[in-house]
Design a protein around this ligand. Sequence first.
Ligand SMILES: [Ca+2]
Ligand SMILES: [Ca+2]
Ligand SMILES: [Ca+2]
Length: 345
Amino acid sequence: MKKFTLHQVQLTGSLLVALAAGGFTSCSSDKNEPEMPFITGEKTPYVTRVLDYRPAVGQFTNQLPEYKEGDTQEDMNRKALEAIGNNKMGMVSLGGFGGYIVVGFDHTIENKAGLCDFRVLGNAFYANGASEYGSCEPGVIQVCYDENRNGLPDDGWYEIAGSSYPDGKESWLDLAAQAGNDTKTVLNYEITYYRPSKEPGAPTEQYIRWEDNQGGSGYKAMNFAHLQSYYPKWIKEDKMTFTGTRLPQNGVDQSGKGTYYVLYRFAYGYADNELNENAASAIDIDWAVDSKGKAVHLPGVDFVRIHTGINQENGWLGECSTEVMGVVDLHLTNVTIESKTIKNK
Ligand SMILES: [Ca+2]
Ligand SMILES: [Ca+2]
Ligand SMILES: [Ca+2]
């Protein structure tokens, strides 16, 4: 177990940014940086920075947030912050597998022993009368502690080991396997999406080609409800590669004819997988593991990274895509959730 020490002097994120920008009074011209607030000592429980918003191919890509001609990566980061920062509770979509967002705060979210420390807000919901499935589109969560206090996530990322890490352990896995789903968790999964040679502007099954590092390949479909480009328009490259833990496919067609897909809930440890108000959407920083799967003990986290965890097309619902509406520090909002009530249930 790697041990970290909590620094004696806890600078706030905004102070660090001010220092990094050369002083309290200077204004940053870099749109990556948040606007310079006055330093009041008040901490906000919510997202105050979006460091990188990079969705994969998806039906809401270029729409949530909306791309306008000429927008750069920095513009899209700013739009993402405007949507989900400071408890605005708007929404950004991460698209298909691997699409991600990296957010930061004006303080370190403390890791309190035995307690959940934060939650990622999403738009998951249950089907009418159901408590096991609905629209659950889990995002894998990683955390970074700003050990060198430079305001940047250059200190190493650790994955929150959710209920299907390192292997799938959900109650519905057999049912999903019977439906033909790939129910394996794959660590270090890698997928590459290729820019389409033309935009069809009409529904098609074979829209955007993808290949993975497991010998798999296929196409992302364009559905009738979303006819804009699904490939992020501000990305110059003609292909995009994403890596990370891939989760078991949770979408099952209950109709048997492709008309009613339900997405099963994972037990704990993911984003956009459980109702925001339910305890099982909360995260204990002590669930973090290193690249070898060993537990790490972080004193807190300064950055959170979320990526869409599933690679699956679900009929007319479109691809499984994680949505993010914010990240909330549970301690600053006086929400007490014991970790064991979730993980040992
Ligand atoms: Ca904790
Ligand atoms: Ca750092
Ligand atoms: Ca969602």
